[in-house]
Design a protein around this ligand. Structure first.
Ligand SMILES: Cc1ncc(COP(=O)(O)O)c(C=O)c1O
Length: 406
């Protein structure tokens, strides 16, 4: 039995896995059992922002593992507090909230274990917020092609019917409208809207950026009707778009942001950052999780947050983004079947008119790991620490892979 057969003999068939047998990761590379190196432009699907085995992560892991792994949420834990402080300070909620409170952070954090859990919590908090205010608002509006997770609340918000098929009724009072359609949004929101939830860049669904008009409409309608805006930063946040928060980069006035993937430095961690007005209505028992905000995961999360907030880190992400975008634009000139690059920072995609799976396989042959988004988009999610040379290497490999498909 090969590795993949061994896997499928015991693991439920929920993923389309490839036969690669990775044994080690180091920096921006993964190595298979034969010692072949793969430039990792998938980052564990937007998780490994600092690449593999980054010294800051190894140090953080060592330090916390010598104290304790888990104590539950019945006691405060220092890594959780420090990560909340760090993320809230990077989030600048204070400024967008009109700095109405004396709390420097003007917001609070809730930690969970994954992206879907973060969105689940955000949806619950939004509905509870209005219930506590005595307002009958339960409607949640999200966008077609968006992706928010696989549990029922997050799946109900996910605008992809194929992912909901066969799972019975989704939650009530959820609706999906076309992305970037400001008019449709205007017609859909009203006094019953509790929240809209959006990915600042629709990632899984095809790397779709928001138009200025669309963002303006979101902000204006939220101000007019008083509903909450939930920005799902799970794939796009944490420096990936060249800014800490993708919502802030685009000027989306989010009341709640949801986080996962990169914030755990490779360990399972999710978070909800909410303005104080929402945190104020929550009380013990309203929501919770055993593992959420686990000290080990939060220690790694803090290491990630500290790295990405170093003075030149995001500038480097932006520079590598430009380099990659330019290189992809060159490839689009060379190969007629490659479309225009889209996305922001190091969350980039190019539509292709040949089967994406073939291109992904050809890239693997050349030692480059890449992903798909939507039906026909090649998605590139390199670690945020990549160097100029890494990007040049990746572009060369991609060029060679395209040549194979030509
Ligand atoms: C934007 C977005 N939201 C939510 C999720 C769900 O996260 P998780 O797989 O950690 O539940 C994902 C995962 O791909 C995502 O990209």
């Amino acid at each position: 039995m090969n590795f993949l057969e061994q896997d499928s003999s015991v693991i439920a068939p929920l993923y389309a896995k490839s036969a690669l047998d990775f044994v080690k990761g180091e920096g921006v590379y993964l190595y298979d059992a034969k010692g072949k190196a793969y430039l990792d432009f998938a980052s564990g699907i937007s998780v490994n922002a600092l690449g593999h085995r980054h010294p800051a992560l190894l140090n953080a892991l060592k330090e916390q593992s010598e104290k304790f792994f888990h104590i539950s949420n019945l006691f405060p834990n220092e890594p959780q507090i420090k990560l909340a402080e760090k993320m809230l300070s990077l989030m600048k909620f204070g400024e967008t909230d009109g700095a109405t409170t004396n709390n420097y952070f003007s917001g609070k954090a809730f930690f969970c274990n994954s992206g879907t859990e973060a969105n689940e919590a955000a949806i619950k908090f939004a509905r509870k917020y209005f219930a506590q205010k005595g307002e009958n608002r339960t409607e949640i509006i999200s966008f077609l092609n968006g992706f928010h997770g696989r549990t029922y609340g997050a799946l109900s918000a996910t605008g992809q019917p194929k992912l909901q098929a066969g799972f019975g009724k989704m939650l009530s009072d959820f609706s999906h409208i076309e992305w970037n359609n400001a008019d449709a949004l205007k017609k859909s929101v009203g006094e019953k809207t509790a929240a809209i939830i959006l990915e600042p860049i629709v990632a899984e669904g095809g790397i779709l950026t928001p138009s200025k008009e669309f963002i303006n409409a979101i902000n204006e309608l939220a101000a007019k009707f008083g509903f909450l805006v939930i920005a799902d930063e799970i794939q796009a946040g944490m420096g990936r778009c060249g800014a800490f928060s993708a919502a802030e980069l685009y000027g989306i006035n989010a009341d709640i942001t949801t986080w996962a993937k990169a914030i755990g430095g490779g360990l399972p961690l999710g978070a909800v950052l909410m303005k104080n007005k929402i945190a104020e209505i929550l009380k013990p028992g309203d929501h919770g999780t055993t593992f959420g905000g686990n000290p080990l995961a939060c220690t790694l999360g803090l290491a990630v947050a500290e790295e990405i907030s170093k003075p030149d880190f995001l500038k480097s992400v932006q520079a590598r983004s430009e380099q990659l975008k330019n290189g992809l634009a060159e490839l689009a000139k060379k190969y007629s079947w490659i479309g225009e690059v889209r996305g922001e920072g190091l969350l980039l995609g190019v539509p292709v008119e040949k089967p994406v799976a073939d291109l992904i396989n050809a890239c693997r042959e050349k030692g480059l790991l890449v992903l798909r988004a939507g039906a026909d988009v090649l998605r590139l999610l390199p670690p945020l620490i990549i160097s100029e040379e890494d990007v040049s290497n990746a572009l060369e490999k991609l060029d060679e892979a395209c040549g194979v498909l030509q």
